[in-house]
Design a protein around this ligand. Structure first.
Ligand SMILES: Cc1cc2nc3c(=O)[nH]c(=O)nc-3n(C[C@H](O)[C@H](O)[C@H](O)COP(=O)(O)O)c2cc1C
Length: 305
């Protein structure tokens, strides 16, 4: 097949070969898919959320299936930033992956320290600040729903690293545009939208609440309309700020819809649990679409009317 132009500029000097990435927490550290697909073909992979110290996460049950998606309350189980740099990044570099390190902390100071430890690490191409996790007691949503707090985190990281910074928005902020503007004003290169939305699941027969954490983050096709709306609002009000669209993307049509409302790139999340090749399938579909329509990924951005 002909090779259409899929390259996208996501700000901060970072150009991705194509706009299809995998979403944090749904693709491990990018090394678990050997034999399933070549991670170098993707626009990028976002790591599982990294904290300063390793974390065990929440006790089980940590996931529950829902009618149009899933709930998770993993609680940011991860190997810690130092083990990521030592053990995962060299292997990702060998595979020539474009790596976005997703980071999480409970204080501005710890966000700054995470940025310091990742700054200058060869093979890490951008940081994604998770200020919007609903599954931890402190520091999750508190930053993401408050423009001032979100701006302060962004500024601290901006002052610490030259890596491109993406701030991951929460759908639970009452004014996503205000949060996005605070990110932009404090040096963010892009925002990614959206993280999960709090929900819960109960067994009708026994009354048992299914997640040990009681509530969890809803993801998958159920949240796509919300994600489209938020990406569209941010793009319309802040067209200079690149947006990475996330939420319920399973097919190429979902990805194209997200580009059309203004996303410059997309992340495939929950769909990878259904089909581990989901991101590659979306990419193949986008390539075919652009050839058939004689268009490019860039030309699709913001064309919803
Ligand atoms: C099991 C699971 C773990 C996740 N872990 C993280 C995480 O560590 N950091 C983060 O920023 N987002 C995390 N997310 C959120 C996803 O990256 C994504 O924003 C969300 O699931 C919406 O996209 P989707 O509907 O395509 O799954 C997680 C989602 C799931 C389902």
């Amino acid at each position: 097949m002909a090779r259409p132009d899929l390259e996208v500029d996501v700000g901060g000097g970072l150009r991705l070969a194509n706009p299809v990435l995998t979403a944090s927490g749904t693709f491990g550290y990018g090394l678990e898919h050997d034999g399933i697909g070549d991670v170098a073909e993707l626009g990028g992979i976002c790591s599982k959320g990294l904290s300063l110290a390793p974390r065990e996460g929440n006790p089980p049950e940590r996931i529950a299936e829902t009618a149009a998606g899933m709930l998770n309350a993993i609680g940011l189980a991860n190997v810690g930033v130092d083990a990521f740099v030592r053990e995962k990044v060299p292997a990702l570099r060998e595979r020539r992956a474009t790596v976005i390190a997703n980071v999480f902390a409970t204080s501005v100071e710890d966000f700054r320290e995470l940025a310091r430890r990742l700054d200058g690490v060869e093979g890490v191409h951008a940081l994604e600040l998770n200020v919007s996790c609903p599954n931890v007691a402190h520091g999750g949503l508190e930053f993401g729903v408050d423009p001032k707090a979100c701006g302060a985190v962004t500024r601290a990281v901006r002052d610490t690293t030259r890596l491109p910074i993406w701030v991951k928005l929460s759908p639970e902020a009452s004014d996503s545009v205000a949060v996005a503007r605070a990110c932009l004003d404090n040096g963010a290169d892009a925002v990614s939208a959206i993280n999960t939305i709090r929900g819960m699941s109960v067994d009708a027969r026994t009354g048992r609440i299914r997640l040990a954490n009681r509530t969890g983050g809803l993801s998958g096709p159920a949240i796509k309309p919300i994600a489209l709306r938020i990406v569209w609002e941010v793009h319309r009000k802040l067209p200079e700020l690149p947006v990475i669209g996330i939420g319920g993307i399973s097919t190429v049509e979902d990805a194209i819809e997200m580009l059309r409302v203004g996303a410059r790139a997309v992340q495939v999340g929950t769909a990878s649990f259904v089909d581990p090749r989901a991101a590659w399938n979306v990419l193949d579909g986008l390539r075919a679409f652009c050839v058939a329509q004689r268009t490019t990924a860039r030309e699709l951005v913001g064309t919803a009317w």
